[in-house]
Design a protein around this ligand. Structure first.
Ligand code: SF4
Ligand SMILES: [Zn+2]
Length: 128
């Protein structure tokens, strides 16, 4: 469901990119995004533009002074979500997947139980 209203999009009326060469905001591979970034630096609606780009995730081109690759890198560097408890956590190593020992252990136990069930032919779905 799209809950975007006309009021949410009002900021677009002040977007400087709408008044300049749109090609600059979609630089060819290997060409510089500098011209677009310069326009963004002077744009009065950078914050709304950044929020819109974050809301849609993988948007193409330069938004709020950032390229697609720069936004991807920033997303990867942002706080990860622990799949065990669903909370943000700070990585203690570059490969840390869980927030701590409790969630890691719980995930291990769940995997162990699932593989035991597979081996013994016990399925929680069948038992229900
Ligand atoms: S900040 Fe966003 S709205 Fe403003 S010029 Fe850059 S891309 Fe356009
Ligand atoms: Zn956790």
């Amino acid at each position: 469901m799209n809950t975007t209203t006309a009021a949410d999009q009002h900021w677009r009326l002040s977007a400087l990119c709408a008044q300049t060469d749109p090609e600059a905001f979609f630089p060819e591979r290997g060409s510089s995004p500098a011209a677009a970034k310069k326009v963004c630096a002077a744009c009065p609606v950078q914050a709304a533009c950044r929020a819109e780009a974050a809301r849609f995730g993988d948007v193409m081109g330069v938004w709020s002074g950032t390229t697609e690759n720069e936004r991807k890198r920033a997303r990867r560097a942002s706080a990860p979500i622990c799949p065990g408890c669903g909370r943000e956590f700070t990585r203690t190593s570059p490969t840390a997947k869980y927030c701590g020992d409790l969630c890691r252990q719980a995930a291990r136990n769940a995997t162990k139980t699932a593989s035991q069930n597979r081996r013994t032919g016990t399925s929680p779905r069948r038992a229900a």
